[in-house]
Design a protein around this ligand. Sequence first.
Ligand SMILES: NC(=O)c1ccc[n+]([C@@H]2O[C@H](COP(=O)([O-])OP(=O)(O)OC[C@H]3O[C@@H](n4cnc5c(N)ncnc54)[C@H](O)[C@@H]3O)[C@@H](O)[C@H]2O)c1
Length: 437
Amino acid sequence: MGLSTGYSPAGSRLVTTPLGAGAGAALRRSPQLLRPRRPPLATVRCSVDTAKQVQDSAATVAAEQKASRKECFGVFTNTYDLKADSKTKSWKKLVNIAVSGAAGMISNHLLFKLASGEVFGQDQPIALKLLGSERSFQALEGVAMELEDSLYPLLREVSIGMDPYEVFEDVDWALLIGAKPRGPGMERAALLDINGQIYADQGKALNAVASRNVKVIVVGNPCNTNALICMKNAPNIPAKNFHALTRLDENRAKCQLALKAGVFYDKVSNMTIWGNHSTTQVPDFLNAKIDGRPAKEVIKDTKWLEEEFTMTVQKRGGVLIQKWGRSSAASTAVSIVDAIRSLVTPTPEGDWFSSGVYTTGNPYGIAEDIVFSMPCRSKGDGDYELATDVLMDDFLWERIKKTEAELLAEKKCVAHLTGEGIAFCDLPEDTMLPGEM
Ligand SMILES: NC(=O)c1ccc[n+]([C@@H]2O[C@H](COP(=O)([O-])OP(=O)(O)OC[C@H]3O[C@@H](n4cnc5c(N)ncnc54)[C@H](O)[C@@H]3O)[C@@H](O)[C@H]2O)c1
């Protein structure tokens, strides 16, 4: 296997001190993050399931109802009883789902898919806990109003808030989409720092108040390193529960292979995206299959696979922005749905899916202690195992090393946020996110 060192060590440099140390740190932290943390609240349910009232003491229920009037949104303050009528009697226990960046473009598609039942199933009632920023709070109310007006039977509770310690209370899923966009002229190092702060804060909140088995999918960019930061700040939640979304890249890669092979895209399987959700990502055509056969056997044009296919997938998001003037939101929401469904339904025999997961203990020889997209399989219980039946060759390994180097460099940039000391940012090159120009 060969190693790649084919890039210049120039790139952006930024030295960052640990949180709270020096003026640089103060500048980076928004007033919201500087706010003193209050201890976790007692459980406040947005609405009250009357079946629960029977079990609880009258005083607790009265207090809970009073609190719920304050905390929940609109029509969702009303009580309900899942066990009371024949339709809902057989439904499963409520699942609590937190969505950050809930007033953003991706969420605008995702929330309605979650509420419709297409993600968790038609017998799975859900509660949506929407986290926004101060700037987006009014918009968040608008989103909640639209959810009210959609009359989704499975949507039992909606609450909105700006404090992750309140919003993440008891959540089973945390879909972390909220992030600041990279502004004009902003270095990738600065983006890592700004959004890293958000994910450090949200990791701490999850650690304090979420379900101990919460599954976390980080979408906000740079999502691999944000997921690492979030995970490191949540030591009481299993590291395996944290994912960075690379499913959109997998879907894009499947589409390109199908197009070239002249088949419908459901014929493409075993599509791995290795590494970072950036333009160093590696869409793996060595292991991919088309109609059950190795993709390289079906598509004999190796030059196309190595050059055009790889680049098209890496830069698809940028091209889309060029055409449409905004970044992919609907297909990202679809890919979040795919990512969740891949964890809650068994992976089809022999296939796998890509997810950015913690590398410690990986069987491939990828550096430990980073979040790296790799091939995963699930039994449908929310957990996953890494696929071991994968092929590796020099071409693939060289590219894996390059995306690995980028993630190791990103990790050094955020050492102040992962509890690993003083950060030093010396990125190999200022690579783009797939959606950037
Ligand atoms: N991983 C992927 O495949 C993928 C694909 C597309 C986009 N993304 C990333 O997803 C993120 C969101 O994209 P979008 O198009 O929805 O952006 P958007 O700007 O429309 O929405 C982001 C929302 O997050 C909110 N926000 C900012 N800081 C917050 C905080 N601390 N807590 C809660 N909310 C906060 C903003 O107010 C805004 O409403 C971006 O970082 C984008 O780069 C990732």
